[in-house]
Design a protein around this ligand. Sequence first.
Ligand code: PEP
Ligand code: MN
Length: 460
Amino acid sequence: MSQTPADLDPSFPPSSGAAVYPGLDEWRSLPISQQPSWHNDPGYAAAVAELSMVPPLVFAGEVDILRDRLAQAAQGKAFLLQGGDCAETFEAATADKISARVRTILQMSVVLTYGASLPVIKMGRMAGQFAKPRSSNDETRGETTLPAYRGDMVNGFEFTPESRRHDPARMVRAYHTSASTLNLIRAFTQGGFADLRLVHHWNRGFTANPAHSRYESLARDIDRAVRFMDVCGADFEALKRVEFFASHEALLLDYERALTRIDSRTGQPYDTSAHFLWIGERTRDLDSAHVDFLSRVRNPIGVKLGPNSTPEDALALIDKLDPNREPGRLTFITRMGAQNIREKLPTLVEKVTASGAQVLWVTDPMHGNTVTSPNGYKTRNFDDVMDEVRGFFEVHNALGTFPGGLHVEMTGDDVSECLGGADPVDQDAFVEGYESVCDPRLNHMQSLEMAFLVAGALAE
Ligand code: PEP
Ligand code: MN
């Protein structure tokens, strides 16, 4: 079998069709982690070449609109709600599951809009969240060790050698699954599905559940506000359409690079795989390939900051990713853990603020609070998650900075993956109700409950 340049050296020049722009391939010569080993696969070059030619999933103009919206949030005039699966799967990209997730995000955003009296920017961890960083390259079950599952864009969840093989053709399937997911999201959010008067009907289902009675008065207020707008003749036609943005962790640089295009209006590179891309806690080293690549595209960028992040790390990331100090360009998504946030976050926020940078601060209350249940499931306690959210608000309120958003792993389905909530999930429910192939998500009711609790904190 003949070798391609990629077989010999993954730092080979971009395949024909890829957008050419100075610096876009610099990452190939830098340290990179969490990548699949598929560069020797005969299908690799063809997959990358195909992705270099396909239409963009999102448009540069939309990306620019999102940057403006996030700039508003960075200035305390809007709030970001970002939610979705830890790992999307090809199999679960069905109309029912996608619409339930979008609906849940819209419902949460109604509650948050009311609580914050601010516009809420709605963003899915959707239509591209198919690649996962893992703590180990392998997984052992009994006598058998196989490559770890790295997300449907890399290999299959099924524990067989064939399924766990890193298959570059999966990048092309991820693109098409993202396209169909995004198509449905666009139809739902532009076609009347988002009608505020319909979205708020869930209030009744939620508060009819005795477990949620303490949210009744807020739910009733929202109901009343919607009815008031209706009788005042508010333009519900306009409210039927909502902006909804797509985001994922930019982990597989083969994929992100191939989907990067030069915008004909501005002449600048945009990663058209999603509106917003973030760099994970495990790949955010300053001199890494990930930070370099994302520094060169115009999309708004997020960086996860865990409990070991120092103010120096944060300031260096700002210099690299947002040298022009452009509000909306850079979002720090902190995921400290409920135990750490009140101690670790203040210095970070203080030093970043003192530097004059205007980043958007978002809390991810999920990833610092992962535990194993006694019966062996990866889970999170709803109370810990909420405690981190409260800590996030406390720290920002004390410093006079703006707690600008919430990043959650959630689903619209009635799964049992996180413990607790007002209508509590216990570990026995995991046996039947645990569906996630990666981290545990808030279910529909837990997601709504979180929105009510955050709305309360925002209204304080
Ligand atoms: C994630 O968002 O699923 C994730 C892996 O997060 P982090 O990079 O914060 O660990
Ligand atoms: Mn996760």
